[in-house]
Design a protein around this ligand. Structure first.
Ligand SMILES: Cc1ncc(COP(=O)(O)O)c(C=O)c1O
Length: 321
């Protein structure tokens, strides 16, 4: 451990920031861009163990960030590491999926009441984009309702930044206010007979606001609109998934979506996301072409099976609550 504060010019963090500034736009990209990391806050990390992370200058921190969400069992949980390692030692990226894809899909179908099937991707943005694609494919309609200010990813249809995004990318989005039944009713009316999906976050967790759990009346109204119109109720459980309820966060208000996206905690830090759906959307899920070179890697799926087993065994949501 050194006593170099990360903002001292000779700290390794400061040296890496200077090197990054010349070869990485903005010194780092996205939510990690250098300007978003205040002076004195470390940008570069070296490792993590249990509840702690260590920066490149050897300073330890309690990881209240959970590494932006993925860490749910603590860094390098021994059982998860062993499960991932076993597959890594045999090869991670192969010519097809490993048995862990089937094991994980079986696990999710067993845990999540609305799920008749599961598909896997890498990031939450992939999962939510897949949900919207499946909703449109399954309904042959275009309009998608999203809550104002909600985050569903960093791709053109939903990114909070409009730079590089065309109006056409968002032409079929209609916005409503989370937990506000009247605004949802109005958005549904505006969509008319072209409503493909109502997308809702597990709870209102937009940046820099007071967070709000879903109001049961709001969740029921969303379900009723989808039942009446045939649209898909899509739950974004990327951030909250496996933290509030292992069966999906809206189990807590008694409402089941048609499609749901997960990522973050699913594999305790290994890169993975998932979409679950019911049989109504199985034909769409069989037909659409959603894929990626790394979406079949075995080790993150092995890590996910183990993470979910541990969360089930230890009743993770109850301990978190
Ligand atoms: C609710 C929610 N949906 C989607 C995403 C996008 O996930 P990812 O960053 O893995 O693409 C996030 C990421 O923070 C999220 O919190």
């Amino acid at each position: 451990m050194t006593d170099a504060s990360p903002d001292l010019p000779n700290s390794l963090d400061a040296q890496l920031r200077r090197r990054a500034a010349s070869v990485i736009p903005g010194g780092m990209w996205g939510h990690m861009r250098a300007a978003a990391v205040p002076a004195g806050y470390p940008q570069f990390f070296a490792g993590g163990e249990g509840a702690r992370v260590r920066d490149v200058d050897g300073r330890d921190y309690i990881d209240f960030m959970c590494s932006w969400g993925p860490i749910i069992l603590g860094h390098r949980h021994p059982e998860v590491e062993a499960a991932a390692r076993e597959q890594l030692d045999r090869g991670d990226c192969l010519d097809g999926p490993t048995e862990h894809a089937v094991r994980l899909a079986e696990k999710m179908v067993a845990l999540i009441p609305h799920a008749d099937w599961a598909l896997f991707q890498k990031n939450g943005s992939d999962a939510m984009t897949t949900c919207v694609t499946l909703a449109r494919a399954g309904t042959a309609r275009r309009k998608v309702l999203v809550a104002k200010g909600a985050y569903h990813g960093a791709v053109p249809w939903c990114s909070p930044s409009v730079l590089g995004v065309t109006a056409e990318d968002r032409a079929h989005l209609i916005y409503y206010t989370y937990n506000d039944v009247e605004s949802l009713d109005a958005a549904v009316a505006e969509a008319g007979d072209d409503l493909a999906a109502i997308v809702a976050s597990a709870f209102k967790h937009d940046l820099a606001i007071r967070q709000q759990l879903p109001d049961a009346a709001f969740a029921r109204a969303a379900r009723a609109h989808c039942d009446r119109t045939g649209a898909a109720l899509v739950l974004d459980d990327v951030r909250a998934g496996f933290r509030l309820n292992l069966g999906g966060s809206w189990e807590n208000v008694g409402i089941r979506p048609d499609l749901a996206g997960y990522s973050k905690a699913i594999a305790n830090g290994y890169p993975l996301s998932a979409v679950t759906g019911n049989d109504r959307f199985r034909p769409a899920a069989e037909q659409v072409f959603v894929t990626g070179s790394f979406w079949y890697s075995g080790a993150p799926m092995a890590a996910a099976v183990k993470t979910l087993e541990i969360l089930e065994r230890e009743d993770g949501p109850a301990r978190l609550a």
